[in-house]
Ligand binder design. Structure first.
Ligand SMILES: *[C@@H]1O[C@H](CO)[C@@H](O)[C@H](O)[C@H]1NC(C)=O
Length: 146
């Protein structure tokens, strides 16, 4: 009975966090994405708006510090998303360190600056740990800037 309830809660959590994405090599045990008002990509984002993006992940091991890297693919080149704060710990609900096996919530207010070009691009979100080359989280989602 208890495990049925646990499964139901997990299913509900998945239903709430519901932006489709492609995984690009996450080491985390679970990864879920929610981009505000975007269930099915491409996510249409308006210049001048700020929208909330949440990544929920279950750490595969103890993580002391994390950095975030967000890039957009423009003509085959990975271009850093301008203005992004790479201090991932500052946007983790419970901060750093993250204990292995625990669920972490990274929520970031993504600013869509007026000077961004009106393009469709594949955005890559990475959460890297401890200066390591490995990605705790790597996910990709198509974005259309309007
Ligand atoms: C993650 O954190 C954000 C910001 O505090 C909050 O709005 C959201 O409900 C949290 N999501 C989950 C699934 O805990």
């Amino acid at each position: 009975m208890k495990s049925t309830l646990a499964l139901l809660l997990v299913a509900l959590a998945h239903a709430v966090l519901a932006t489709e994405f492609q995984d690009c090599g996450s080491e985390a045990l679970t990864v879920a994405l929610e981009v505000e008002s975007c269930d099915i990509p491409p996510c249409i984002v308006k210049r001048g708006d700020t929208l909330s993006a949440t990544i929920l992940f279950t750490a595969d091991h103890d993580v002391e510090t994390m950095t975030a890297a967000v890039t957009a693919n423009i003509g085959g080149i990975e271009v850093p998303w301008p203005g992004f704060d790479d201090n991932a710990c500052a946007y983790l609900l419970d901060g750093c360190p993250v204990a292995g096996g625990s669920l972490a919530n990274w929520t970031y207010p993504v600013e869509v600056l007026p000077e961004y070009p009106p393009i469709t691009t594949l955005a890559t979100f990475r959460l890297l740990h401890d200066g390591d080359v490995h990605d705790e989280v790597c996910l990709q989602v198509p974005v259309t800037i309007v």
